[in-house]
Design a protein around this ligand. Structure first.
Ligand SMILES: Cc1cc2nc3c(=O)[nH]c(=O)nc-3n(C[C@H](O)[C@H](O)[C@H](O)COP(=O)(O)O)c2cc1C
Length: 356
């Protein structure tokens, strides 16, 4: 049953396909939105022009509401040249040892300009915009309101949820410790804000007066219902959609997901310089001794890009950032529309079983 909040937006199911930068495609977003959920385009790594193009592609495939998601980042970053040089040395040694023919290089820019991305998002004017890594400015929030764009802020603690609510967000995406991908923490060290969704949901629902969306480890319709029982207005599933044919995650990554045991899913900084959850693979173990000294996000993210691209091309899942949540072992390789139908059937069945 969709909450009133989602019904107002014209979304039939209490289901949000999580934005996954680098892995969500217009085809995936459109398929989920057409099936009655909310598809979300992870645009954190996209240049402004690509955001406009991908939004247009979604619109050519669907007339349903969809979301665009960005990482809120400053325009410039502190660069410690010695730390960058040291990170490059470690990465180059690793690539040579593993037989990858590429080497690190200094990028033209560490990350796309957030101001440029934000302007593109406003121009694309999706029904929903979601943000992670930090708060917007009040002026940016006002601009979205003027455009009638519904705003979802990502939080990992009750304090962060309150901060988004006070700023005027329409809903909070509450990221439990189980969640795959980067931690959205901004008021706390990510490693200190690893709170399980079962504790986090009721604490947050009690503290804020806006809809709370459950994110982290939800892989089936039973999980969605459990989140609703704990007060969530919808569930946001990322890992569950990673093995869909419409998702652009590398094939090796898709193959490794169903084999993942929950204790192999860990939180690392070594791929990007920011804490993120994924599979503990060969790369994670090899880089562990150097992890603490790697430059912060997005510097390490940019430095590891050639390695990640080469690993994907070579089918080397063991060297890829195989982001996933703790429920990865339950992933299903179904077309997105079919997955939405299965999730909603499971949700209805679980609801029926609860009341019988
Ligand atoms: C591969 C991957 C990439 C992600 N990229 C983003 C992103 O770009 N923006 C964002 O707000 N959240 C991102 N997330 C986090 C999701 O929004 C969500 O919190 C998470 O997927 C929920 O946990 P689950 O993966 O266990 O379902 C990503 C998650 C994954 C697995």
């Amino acid at each position: 049953m969709a909450s009133k909040w989602l019904t107002r937006l014209g979304i039939a199911h209490p289901l949000i396909q999580a934005p996954m930068s680098g892995s969500t495609t217009p085809a995936l977003v459109a398929a989920v939105s057409n099936a009655g959920g909310l598809g979300s385009l992870g645009a954190g790594y996209l240049e402004p022009q690509a955001i406009l193009e991908q939004a247009a592609q979604v619109r050519s495939l669907s007339d349903r509401p969809f979301a665009i998601n960005l990482f809120v980042l400053p325009e410039t970053f502190d660069v410690d040249a010695a730390a960058v040089a040291s990170a490059r040395r470690h990465l180059d040694v690793l690539m040579e040892r593993e037989g990858l023919a590429v080497r690190t290089s200094l990028p033209e820019r560490w990350a796309p300009s957030f101001a440029g991305q934000f302007a593109a998002l406003c121009e694309a004017q999706p029904a929903v915009a979601s943000f992670a890594f930090d708060l917007l400015t009040p002026a940016q929030m006002q601009q979205l309101k003027r455009l009638d764009i519904t705003v979802i802020g990502t939080a990992t603690t009750v304090d962060e949820a309150r901060a988004w609510a006070e700023l005027g967000a329409d809903a909070i995406s509450m990221q439990g410790a189980e969640a795959g991908g980067h931690r959205g923490s901004f008021l706390h060290e990510p490693e200190e804000a690893l709170i399980g969704l079962f504790a986090l949901l009721p604490l947050t629902v009690r503290a804020v007066g806006i809809p709370v969306i459950a994110a982290g480890g939800i892989m089936d319709g039973r999980g969605m219902l459990a989140a609703e029982v704990l007060g969530a207005a919808a569930s946001q599933l990322g890992t569950a959609f990673l093995a869909c044919p419409e998702c652009s995650a590398a094939e090796a990554w898709k193959r490794d997901l169903p084999l993942a045991a929950e204790h192999q899913v860990t939180t690392v900084r070594s791929f990007s310089g920011r804490a993120a959850r994924g599979l503990r693979n060969r790369y994670v173990e090899a880089m562990q001794p150097f992890e603490a000294a790697l430059p912060a996000y997005p510097l390490t993210n940019a430095l590891t890009a050639p390695l990640r691209r080469a690993a994907a091309a070579a089918g080397r899942g063991d060297l890829l950032s195989e982001w996933c949540g703790q429920g990865a072992g339950m992933v299903r390789a179904l077309p997105a529309a079919e997955l939405v139908a299965v999730l909603m059937a499971e949700y209805a069945e679980a609801r029926k079983n609860l009341s019988s």
